[in-house]
Write a protein that binds this ligand. Structure first.
Ligand SMILES: Cc1ncc(COP(=O)(O)O)c(C=O)c1O
Length: 504
């Protein structure tokens, strides 16, 4: 293996070029060549100018071998020097050279996470402050009020739990399910299944109402189960099933639960900010969501909201809630209306990000955000259909932000290859099918900041190009033309509506 000075010269062609790149005199390079090593203090620069091809650790190793570090003489009992200790500690260092992580720029059109709004990223990189700093506490109040707007609720207990959507789900179940409770759970995809797990782990008994994957939860079936289980105290369902792209009629389902004197827990992970969700108008008792879908924020926060009825219900529980971290009574001490005492170290910078993400929703207007998701869904749909692709879900129940598209049977065996090509050749991520739909559908998300015309057009062009490449018969360009046409007609309609409104 040539030494580092020789490798630098073969990398850049000449001593003069190495000197130019490192911005030092050529005589220094010539000296390195003569000695056969680069001094340790240059290790980081060498790694940086070689674009990581020569690692700082290689420079250090070679320099240390050529010129061992002289140890100062020490007293006999001070036998372990800092350097020896350092070398001994190196045995635990990773075998592979590691440099700072720089992810590639991807277009994210899967089921989440979605792209993060640049304003959210900028806000998150602000200096840290303490989670009890008065400035932070003021921001928390704003964040709660922005969340109430996004959820369309006046519920005082509306805040983000520290953790992904799964933590929000667990927060709802662990606080509401008393061991022994009977809970009716509707399952029409992956996440209904997770609810069953949560009920059982909280000590409850799940009574499951099954619906086909790709179908909404059927209120008639739910009512049958309520009639047969009049002692059920809770009912839960997924409003927007991310695994199939279907939306269920939350308003009707919640009303049904109340008719049978049950409380309703609603999963709004994929619906919040992307399609109509009205917590107060629909009388939802407990709801949870996630930051990384239609809110265009980073993953790791789960906005939740409990009605006052639910807060009283949980407060009245005689038994100890089975999770310390998610016990509503303890979280109230930090997120409640009157107190701010330590519960856990809040993820401050992530919360700055969520504040900004919700502010973006407020600035855009919630209805406009829903309309934007619908508009890009319609353009994408026009393009996909022009390509000959079909949706899994019937039109009336389709989620605008989560498009489940059937993979034509003739190319189902190439599913993974197609997605890999989209990622490698176009930096575009789309989602695979899950469970019984694995290999049968693609899940194309147009959520949050990913819901933009350039994403829709890229997706259609890239998918068209890859499908054409693998020999699937399509007319290249038709999809883009159809999407353009859809946009044009939607814009014309919007302009007309605006004019009519003005005239009125
Ligand atoms: C409907 C639904 N519920 C719950 C979750 C779990 O959320 P997370 O992955 O943030 O834990 C997801 C995640 O995609 C989801 O789509």
């Amino acid at each position: 293996m040539p030494n580092v000075p020789d490798r630098l010269i073969s990398l850049f062609g000449s001593q003069a070029e190495v000197a130019r790149r490192l911005r030092i005199d050529r005589a220094v390079i010539s000296h390195w060549v003569k000695c056969g090593y680069v001094p340790a203090r240059w290790s980081m620069e060498v790694q940086s100018v070689s674009g990581g091809q020569i690692g700082a650790d290689e420079v250090l190793r070679e320099a240390t071998l050529a010129k061992p570090i002289r140890l100062k003489s020490r007293a006999d009992d001070d036998s372990v020097s800092a350097n020896q200790e350092g070398l001994a500690m190196n045995q635990f260092a990773p075998a592979k050279r590691i440099t700072s992580f720089h992810p590639p720029q991807r277009t994210l059109m899967g089921p989440g996470p979605t792209e993060i709004h640049p304003r959210v990223l900028t806000t998150m990189s602000q200096p840290a402050i303490g989670y009890l700093d008065p400035v932070f506490v003021e921001m928390m109040e704003e964040l709660k009020s922005l969340l109430r707007y996004t959820y369309q609720t006046k519920n005082p207990l509306t805040f983000p739990v520290s953790g992904p959507g799964s933590v929000g789900m667990e927060y709802c179940f662990v606080n509401l399910v008393v061991p022994g409770d009977k809970v009716i759970v509707a399952r029409n995809g992956v996440f209904g299944g997770r609810m069953i797990e949560n009920v059982e782990r909280a000590g409850g008994k799940a009574v499951v109402v099954e619906s086909e994957w790709g179908e909404p939860v059927d209120p008639n079936k739910v009512e049958e189960v309520f009639k047969a289980n009049r002692d059920a105290r809770l009912f839960s369902f997924v409003h927007a099933e991310t695994s199939t792209g279907v939306q269920s009629d939350a308003k009707t389902l919640v009303a049904l639960a109340h008719q049978y004197e049950s409380l309703a827990i609603v999963d709004a992970v994929t619906s919040l900010g992307g399609s109509p969700l009205k917590v107060d108008e629909w009388n939802i008792d407990a709801v949870y969501s996630a930051s990384q879908k239609c809110l265009s924020c980073t993953p790791g926060l789960s906005p939740v909201s409990f009605s006052e009825r639910v807060v009283d219900y949980v407060k009245a529980r005689k038994d100890k809630i089975k999770s310390w971290f998610m016990d509503m009574n303890l979280l109230l001490g930090y997120w409640g209306a009157t107190t701010r005492t330590y519960h856990h170290t809040a993820p401050t910078n992530s919360l700055f990000g969520l504040h900004e993400a919700l502010l973006l929703v407020r600035e855009e207007g919630l209805e406009n955000s829903w309309a934007r998701h619908a508009r890009h869904h319609l353009a994408l749909k026009a393009g996909l259909e022009a390509m000959g692709l079909q949706f899994l879900v019937k039109e009336a129940f389709r989620l605008p932000q989560m498009n489940a598209v059937r993979i034509p049977e003739s190319i189902q065996s190439k599913d993974a290859d197609i997605r890999k090509r989209l990622l490698n050749d176009f930096n575009l991520e789309i989602g695979a099918g899950l469970g019984p739909l694995a290999g049968k559908i693609w899940r194309i998300g147009t959520m949050g900041y990913s819901s933009r015309p350039e994403n829709v057009m890229l997706c259609l062009s890239a998918l068209g190009s890859v499908l054409d490449d693998i020999g699937y018969k399509i007319h290249v360009g038709d999809a883009e033309a159809a999407a353009h046409q859809a946009y044009a007609s939607l814009h014309a309609k919007a302009a007309q509506a605006k004019q009519q409104k003005k005239a009125a």
